[in-house]
Design a protein around this ligand. Structure first.
Ligand code: PLP
Length: 391
């Protein structure tokens, strides 16, 4: 396929041609997990990785997952991608594959709760030194990087406070000290933000979210150079968190409409953010598309759309959250995001379920915060439902 296709076309077509036997239109869902070759020599060539081909679903990946990997690599502008069984499997697999005892990681304090747990507990247990900086203080990152770093880990925008990091500036500082730059692009998606073009080395996703888009399949992916992804693929082979065929099929189908969905997610989130901002019951709205968002200018310079997630703080605090959420009739309550449905959640049941109330407070996550993953419905219906619930 031509190298200069646009994201909407890549989302529909990339990665599929080599996995469509007899030119069948849709990539088949194949449940078989192992393959054989007519003679041992050609079989060994595939097993050694000298010739591409399926072998066993845990090492070379399953044909349906291979199509997904090809599509997601193309969407992120990467040479290759490795699919995992969940976003956390992609994040932990990537970090464990790259790090060794004694290695140093620099990251922001605001990352998805599971990632934050990994940074605070799991990596230190394996002898990795983790420096957590104020997420939006680029100078603090630069100082931490200058003290030595192997992996700079970014998440932008962050879950659930929608803070934005300056990818270009931080990637340059990381490369100056020889670090590998990894970024979680789950909230933005490759339609809204292309981190590799801004200097990142690896981009990862919870594919469970916007990439799949329908809250019916879990998966994760990491995209980057062949050298880095080969190391990570080998880690996946040995540690086993590969993507199952059914999820690969559902995610592949979901990604086809990514560009179309993101247009509507972006537009609806902007409309809802502006509406919530003027509502008397709302103390604050966090959305990078709002002109008064503290990093709006950085977001505007590195994102082509501001994404489908926002969060807002109710003036009545936690008691108001308990009052409002059950009163929503159209908006759903769920511990995920990125679906075609609009979903509400609170950090204690979603992004930061692993943290104690004290830890959430220390991270600056207010008790009265509601995260809203804005779907693709008609925004007038979303506003009407929120208006009656907030009243
Ligand atoms: N990264 C971000 C930004 C997330 O919001 C999540 C989950 O909510 C993850 C990673 C983890 O993904 P998964 O639930 O697919 O393991």
């Amino acid at each position: 396929m031509s190298a200069n296709l646009h994201p909407a076309t890549i989302a529909v077509r990339a990665g599929e041609d080599s996995q469509r036997p007899h030119d069948v239109l849709a990539v088949p869902l194949q449940f078989g997990i192992a393959h054989g070759y007519p003679d041992v020599d050609s079989w060994e060539q595939v097993a050694r990785g000298d010739v591409p081909g399926p072998l066993y679903a845990r090492n070379t990946a399953h044909p349906t997952a291979l199509a997904l990997e090809g599509k997601l690599a193309a969407l992120e502008g990467a040479a290759a991608a490795v699919a995992f069984s969940s976003g956390m499997a992609a994040i932990s697999g990537t970090l464990m594959a790259l790090l060794r005892p004694g290695a140093r990681v620099v990251a922001g304090k605001d990352t998805y709760g599971g990632t934050h747990y990994l940074m605070q507990h799991t990596l230190p247990q394996w002898g990795v030194h983790v420096s957590l900086c104020d997420t939006t203080d680029a100078a603090a990152f630069e100082a931490a990087l200058a003290a030595g770093c192997d992996v700079l880990y970014l998440e932008s925008p962050t879950n659930p406070m929608l803070k934005v990091q300056d990818i270009l500036r931080l990637a340059a500082a990381a490369h100056a000290c020889g670090a590998i730059v990894v970024i979680d692009n789950t909230f933005a998606t490759p339609v809204n933000q292309q981190p590799l073009a801004l200097g990142a080395d690896l981009v990862l996703h919870s594919a469970t979210k916007f990439l799949g888009g329908h809250a019916d399949a879990m998966g994760g992916v990491v995209c980057g150079s062949t050298a880095l992804t080969d190391t990570i693929r080998h880690y996946r082979e040995i540690h086993g968190a590969c993507l199952d065929p059914m999820s690969a099929f559902l995610l592949l189908r979901g990604v086809k409409t990514l560009a179309l969905r993101m247009r509507q997610h972006n537009a609806n989130a902007q409309t809802l953010a502006e509406w919530l901002q003027q509502h008397p019951a709302v103390a604050r709205v966090n959305y990078p598309g709002l002109a008064d968002h503290p990093q709006h200018d950085i977001a505007a310079s590195q994102m082509s759309g501001f994404g489908g997630v926002l969060s807002f703080e109710l003036k009545g605090g936690l008691a108001a959250v308990h009052h409002v959420l059950p009163r929503c009739r159209l908006l759903l309550r769920a511990a995920t995001l990125g679906s075609v449905d609009t979903l509400l959640g609170v950090p204690s049941t979603t992004s930061h379920v692993e943290c104690t109330p004290e830890e959430r407070a220390a991270l600056g996550i207010p008790g009265g915060l509601v995260r809203c993953s804005v779907g693709i419905e008609d925004s007038r219906d979303l506003i009407a439902d929120l208006a009656q619930a907030l009243a």
